[in-house]
Design a protein. Structure first.
Length: 401
């Protein structure tokens, strides 16, 4: 079953069940986003220095009927970027039909799911592919064709996913900022599976709440979302990197324990299929000071440890033995002002990624956001060496309709 067939089937099922009590809703946002790069580009192919501008529009359409037991959701996404042709792209973040029947929920079409509890890295979040041209923090995801069945009971919920159609990871263009030292052959990906990007993957997740614990157990079997990079030469004789997507198995655990002002967080995975079997973990804590100095503001202090035991044959990561420290400031005002500031530091060589994310509403329909990504103390052989000159500040003005 191809992704296109799945989407057509979802629309047909939805239309065949439309009855009375229909209600539709159109919302979404449009944004203008200038991005300032602080340093000169590292490569001659990257002529851009200073401000690079882009714009986004993402409408959201939801239509319910039969006393809200049926719902259609369509969320397209389009970005125009003046300097990165690969970042100029569109995607269906969601386009699905959902049916709710007591303890059962069915979803057919393109959807997005999120698994995880940690702040600095989401190890267990594997269903949707990363839309890497959006941000290097890997938080933005592409829509994934899926059939998702969820059953709720007193012991928790069990979700089963069939995932037809693989989405390749997006990468910056060869003449854009945030690319590495070698061009990536975006259109020449190689797959372990003979079905290529038409393989049907599978995943499941059980989650429950027990007293102060929120626990999730997950499993995935299919084409891994992280590619390895195989060096080669293109027809022009230039060195390139070709993405190689392996078939993997992954088991994951995510857990959060809440007690008063404390949040204890854990994500653990075990993976096979990419070189030697390996495990990875993110473990940490968040403590919140409420009503700081008699105000309505809250201040959270975060600390997490990141470890990844993969070898050199697995997809690369810079987060193999690192510490994340951060502060979360929430003003609790009418304008929903909040700031997250932190840094991921490698204690062995001092490699540091500093981040700041701030947001504030401006009236009923506008928001202003600021995002800083600062790379410092990057060693010559470090995983981030290729983009060490690409620290940037993003200012985003969004209008919601």
């Amino acid at each position: 079953m191809t992704a296109r067939t799945l989407l057509v089937a979802a629309i047909a099922l939805a239309l065949s069940s439309i009855g009375h009590s229909q209600e539709g809703d159109l919302a979404g946002y449009a944004a203008f986003e200038p991005r300032l790069f602080f340093d000169k580009p590292a490569y001659q192919q990257n002529p851009k220095q200073g401000i690079s501008a882009s714009a986004v529009i993402s409408p959201e359409f939801r239509y319910t009927w039969s006393e809200d037991s049926n719902r259609i959701t369509v969320i397209p996404f389009y970005r125009y970027d003046e300097d990165d042709k690969n970042r100029t792209h569109w995607d269906l973040r969601e386009a699905n039909w959902q049916y709710f029947d007591g303890p059962w929920t069915w979803l057919v079409g393109v959807g997005k799911v999120f698994w995880g509890v940690a702040e600095s890295r989401h190890l267990v979040d594997i269903v949707n592919q990363t839309d890497l041209v959006e941000d290097i923090d890997q938080e933005e995801k592409l829509g994934q064709p899926m059939i998702h069945v969820e059953h709720w009971s007193e012991s928790g919920s069990l979700g089963i996913f069939l995932l037809p159609g693989f989405r390749e990871r997006t990468f910056p263009a060869n003449d854009a900022r945030l690319r590495g030292p070698l061009p990536i052959a975006n259109n020449d990906a190689v797959y372990d599976s003979g079905a290529g990007d038409q393989r049907v993957d599978a995943a499941l997740r059980w989650k429950t709440s027990i007293n102060n614990w929120d626990i999730g157990l997950s499993g995935f079997y299919g084409t891994g979302r992280e590619p390895r990079f195989v060096p080669g030469v293109n027809t022009a004789g230039e060195l390139i990197l070709t993405p190689h997507y392996d078939v993997i198995s992954q088991l994951g655990v995510d857990a959060q324990y809440t007690e008063d002002a404390w949040l204890w967080k854990l994500e653990v995975i075990g993976r096979s299929g990419q070189g030697d079997d390996f495990g990875a973990v993110v473990a940490g804590v968040e403590y919140t000071f409420f009503d700081v100095q008699g105000s309505n503001a809250d201040l959270g202090v975060l600390a997490e440890y990141l470890y990844d035991a993969r070898d050199e044959t697995a997809p690369p990561t810079s987060l193999d033995d690192d510490i994340f420290l951060g502060l979360r400031f929430t003003l609790n005002d009418l304008d929903d002002t909040n700031i997250l500031a932190g840094a991921i530091v490698d204690p062995d060589d001092g490699e540091t990624v500093t981040l700041i994310e701030a947001q504030r509403r401006l009236g009923e329909r506008w928001t202003l956001e600021l995002e800083l990504r600062m790379l410092s103390n990057i060693p010559d052989q470090g995983r981030l060496y290729g983009i060490e000159k690409d620290s940037y500040l993003t200012l985003r003005g969004s209008w919601y309709f």
